[in-house]
Design a protein around this ligand. Structure first.
Ligand code: F6R
Length: 337
């Protein structure tokens, strides 16, 4: 499978700009969806994602998105070990963009040993050689985190098939995201303006429900693209611990960024509003970013696209190369010795 010729793998701004097109690029093979439907007919006790970093986040998106519809547990493992509750009635979806991530390969071999049903997603490496399993082949040459739209557009239909749900159409989502990104400045803010507010601060992204993984993704994108410290948390849980952490450091450099949904329940909405007011009173300057979209899926993707662009803007404002991840590379190199 080839990427559009306008996609420049060594240019993160270009990749983030193409986020909508990457969502509708991958044509998942019908044999893979048929296999997933077969597994559904045979009975699936649960779905366990294996992956690390940029390859793992799609699992969190799918879990949050399908939490209401899927009647089976969906879990995400970022470790060498497969959880012991995963058995041969579970489906394991192992994702490694490079195909060589040791934690993912280790948990995958445990899944293999216990006879779990397995679906792989990779662009190559050792994982691509595991020919006895169904493999979704991802195009090579991207940074794994930039491949999120490709991975997510493959993973969601697979999980929908495994759970016996209607399959999402990604073509229309491409249009939605393009339209929304053309008008970011009108309905949200220019990404550069938000990035400027991050300079000298540590962003703390706070989401709830379907926007909780978006907060986590934003934290990771600031880490990897902007090479800056960032945190994430989730409501309502953060109201029971994190809220206490700002008292002594009144006016500290943390910048809370509330990821708000137009589809919030009354209870969550109220919690966000009260938390915002309390943080203001503590001397912080929280920002509200309101997602836009008719569905939870649209909100998740639209806001992810916007936050990804903020991470690129921040990198550029700080004269940092958003593509290279030298420390991750060096660590993997040392571990492989
Ligand atoms: C780099 C990135 C990393 C990798 C992680 C796992 O762009 O996003 O977080 O995703 O180191 O590697 P892969 O994805 O190759 O399994």
């Amino acid at each position: 499978m080839k990427l559009l010729s306008s996609i420049k793998p060594d240019n993160m701004r270009n990749l983030v700009t193409h986020f909508p097109q990457l969502l509708s690029t991958l044509q998942i093979e019908s044999s893979i969806l048929n296999t997933a439907r077969e597994f559904h007919k045979e009975g699936v006790n649960g779905i366990c994602f294996l992956g690390m970093g940029g390859s793992s986040i799609a699992g969190n998106y799918v879990r949050a998105l399908l939490s209401k519809e899927a009647k089976i547990p969906i879990s995400v493992t970022r470790d060498y070990l497969l959880p012991t509750h995963v058995d041969n009635k579970w489906v394991v979806i192992a994702i490694s963009y490079s195909g060589n991530t040791e934690e993912t390969l280790s948990a995958l071999s445990m899944a293999n040993e216990i006879g779990s049903r397995i679906i792989l997603m990779t662009s190559g490496g050792k994982m691509a050689q595991k020919s006895k399993h169904q493999i979704v082949h991802l195009p090579e040459g991207l940074q794994p985190r930039a491949a999120l739209p490709l991975i997510f557009s493959a993973v969601l239909p697979v999980v929908e098939s495994l759970a016996g749900l209607k399959i999402t159409n990604f073509q229309y989502l491409e249009e939605v995201l393009i339209n929304k990104s053309n008008t970011w400045n009108e309905w949200l803010a220019p990404p550069k303006e938000i990035a400027e507010a991050f300079i000298g601060k540590t962003p703390l992204f706070i989401g709830a429900r379907h926007l909780a993984p978006v907060a986590y993704r934003a934290k990771c994108q600031i880490n990897e693209n902007s090479k800056a410290l960032a945190f994430h948390s989730e409501l309502p849980e953060a109201n029971h611990n994190e809220i206490e952490s700002f008292v002594k450091t009144n006016g500290c450099s943390v910048l809370p960024v509330f990821l708000r949904s137009g589809l919030e329940s009354t209870k969550i909405n109220r919690r966000f509003d009260v938390t915002y007011d309390l943080y203001l009173e503590m001397g912080l300057s929280p920002i509200n970013l309101l997602a836009s979209g008719d569905t939870r899926l649209e909100e998740m993707l639209v806001l992810t696209h916007f936050l990804d662009m903020i991470s690129v803007e921040l990198a550029e404002l700080c004269s940092i190369d958003p593509v290279s991840v030298e420390k991750i590379k060096e660590l993997k190199h040392r571990l492989s010795r």
